[in-house]
Design a binder for this molecule. Structure first.
Ligand code: ATR
Length: 265
């Protein structure tokens, strides 16, 4: 039986096993997908297990997406550009790291038929997932990306990925069509982002990378001000779908059953 894992710390709340095992069953594949809590020191050994074919594939989540890079034989261009790996597999003799978060973000916008071409984007946060979001947006031909982060230096660092990004002071707003929360603010019920929502106007798209809770204060406020909202659930599902395709060579379906499976609040 083939073995797949998602590794991270914490990992208890990961919904990846639920989703992958659903698709594994649907496609009658002889495999199991489990979650594993790891420490940074364990990364080298777990990747060795892929080399030895004891494990056929690994999803990597917070906080190890960058840490795993140095233990891989090869990285795909997407992984190199973002310095972020969420999918590991073996091809020939090489253990390869790939990034399906870029595609996951892209497909989540396609899922709601949202056209990003020529749009102005405002990203809040500069954490691990942001390089993937920037690359997806850049490829789709957006007009402009603005970025704001509490720690400004971290925002400046991201100019390495796209030198045309404009940095906005934390707490300030800028005229934009899509406002993305890529901070961890909203994971806890009391978390609030200090933003003047009225200044964005109406009918914008507010996108929160967080999907649990399904509606953060950021999305609640945006809705109240007459905007469209989207949480991170579809991005999560589509990054998983892309990993599944890499490992199993089949395209799993994203249907009502899959959406229901992940209803968690
Ligand atoms: P990860 O890489 O796991 O996504 P991270 O690098 O810790 O997580 O990123 C979390 C993001 O949320 C960062 O942009 C962080 O801002 P800083 O770079 O200034 O730390 C942001 N964030 C977390 N708590 C915040 C808070 N209380 N106020 C504003 N931003 C916050």
């Amino acid at each position: 039986m083939k073995k797949f894992l998602v590794i991270g710390n914490p990992i208890k709340h990961s919904l990846s096993p639920k989703l992958h095992n659903h698709w594994i069953k649907e496609h009658k594949i002889n495999a199991i997908y489990e979650k594993k809590l790891l420490k940074k020191d364990d990364l080298k050994n777990i990747i060795k297990e892929v080399k030895e074919e004891k494990i056929q594939g690994i999803n990597v989540t917070v906080p190890f997406k960058k840490d795993v890079l140095s233990f891989l034989d090869q990285q795909t261009p997407k992984a190199i550009l973002t310095q972020s790996v969420n999918t590991i597999f073996k091809e020939g003799d090489a253990v390869i790291g790939d990034n399906t978060d870029i595609g996951g973000f892209e497909l989540s916008l396609k899922h709601i038929n949202y056209e990003t071409k020529n749009k102005k984007i405002f990203i809040l946060g500069a954490g691990g997932v942001v390089p993937s979001i920037i690359l997806a947006l850049k490829a789709s031909g957006v007009a402009k990306i603005y970025l704001s982060n509490r720690t400004k230096e971290k925002a400046e660092e991201l100019k390495k990925i796209d030198k045309n990004i404009d940095i906005v002071n934390w707490g300030e707003t800028v005229d934009s069509d899509i406002i993305i929360n890529a901070t961890s603010l909203g994971l806890k019920p009391d978390d609030e982002i200090n933003l003047n929502f009225q200044r964005f106007g109406k009918n914008k798209l507010f996108y929160d990378v967080i999907y649990n809770p399904s509606e953060t204060k950021f999305l609640k406020e945006a809705k109240k001000s007459g905007n469209n909202v989207e949480n991170g659930k579809m991005m999560f599902i589509y990054q998983a779908k892309l990993s599944f395709e890499i490992w199993h060579g089949v395209k799993p379906t994203v249907d009502e059953k899959v959406l229901k499976l992940l209803n968690n609040d």
